[in-house]
Design a protein. Structure first.
Length: 301
């Protein structure tokens, strides 16, 4: 996150509780970073319909309704946050959001997690799932109920470092966010002590020791790369799996966690890896998923 002089955040909005969560997270991030909000509603375009079907009146009605939703959303944005609204006709809401974010030069896309999909406080709708598989920029997902939180700014950034490719870029984003926001940074290495393939008779202690040793090396290397002046803490947590490990961390309202996209994703595209998906099931703080590779202008749709 971070690019031009003023950061811009695109909020994928719907007049639903999930949309209200997304807008609340957008406002919190914008206030924290001094960013501008672009509130976007995606409406289906009718290019797929046969020409003989009269859709004009229906279109107008839907567009008028969406304009009203946008006006209501804009009216709910606090005076200290600068916001703009956009109505976009598109065949795919996810592609439309990505294209609009590219057109606006946005630093991230913000969405609400509620919808069908994963269990827990994040039940991702199909649009969010699609976004997390294809966005070439960070995607921030609001947990259900964020709209009810009184917190105005991000309190602390947690960066979940792993041994995967892309960890440097993830750390870079987390450092940039903490620097811009003036928030402390917590580096965490999650060690999932799932039954390790090949450890049949299970020398669990040796596996755990190696995993923790590696995690500590990762944290030390990350700390050495940090600029002066950022308050940083680091810790290693282990558990039976990622959910178990991440649930052991202490969380406060106003925290957020940054995770990297899976190494299975295509370059410059997000893919919600199994680690991040597991985190989403147990966390009640916003999750920001960072694509594996840096974005260049020619990569935008």
């Amino acid at each position: 996150m971070g690019g031009g002089s003023v950061m811009r955040l695109v909020v994928g909005y719907l007049a639903t509780p999930g949309g209200a969560d997304a807008l609340a997270l957008g406002v919190r991030l914008a206030r924290t970073l001094g960013a501008e909000l672009d509130i976007c509603i995606m409406l289906p375009s009718d290019r797929a319909l046969p020409a003989m079907v009269p859709t004009g009146e229906h279109d107008d009605l839907l567009a008028r309704q969406a304009e009203k939703w946008l006006a209501d959303a804009m009216a709910s944005v606090p005076a200290d946050v600068s916001a703009h609204s956009h109505l976009v006709f598109t065949d795919s809401a996810a592609d439309g959001l990505i294209t609009e974010a590219g057109r606006l030069g946005a630093d991230a896309i913000v969405v609400g997690g509620s919808g069908g999909g994963l269990a827990g406080s994040y039940t991702l709708g199909s649009v969010v799932n699609q976004l997390l598989h294809s966005a070439p920029m960070p995607v921030a997902v609001a947990p259900r109920g964020l709209r009810d939180s009184p917190v105005e700014r991000v309190r602390e950034v947690t960066c979940a470092l792993g041994r995967r490719e892309g960890a440097d870029l993830l750390l870079e984003h987390a450092v940039r966010f903490s620097s811009a926001a003036g928030t402390p940074l917590r580096l965490v290495s999650l060690v999932a002590l799932d039954p390790t393939f090949g450890v049949l008779r299970g020398d669990v202690d040796a596996v755990r020791h190696r995993a923790l040793e590696h995690a500590n090396q990762t944290l030390e290397a990350a700390k050495r790369g940090l600029p002066e002046g950022i308050p940083v803490t680091s810790l290693t947590v282990d558990g039976r799996g990622v959910e178990d490990a991440v649930a052991k961390l202490e969380w406060h309202d106003g925290d957020l966690i940054m995770v990297g996209s899976s190494r299975l994703s295509a370059p410059r595209r997000l893919f919600l890896g199994s680690t991040a998906a597991k985190m989403l099931r147990v966390l009640h703080v916003p999750v920001v998923v960072i694509p594996r590779d840096q974005l260049t202008p020619e990569d935008l749709p």
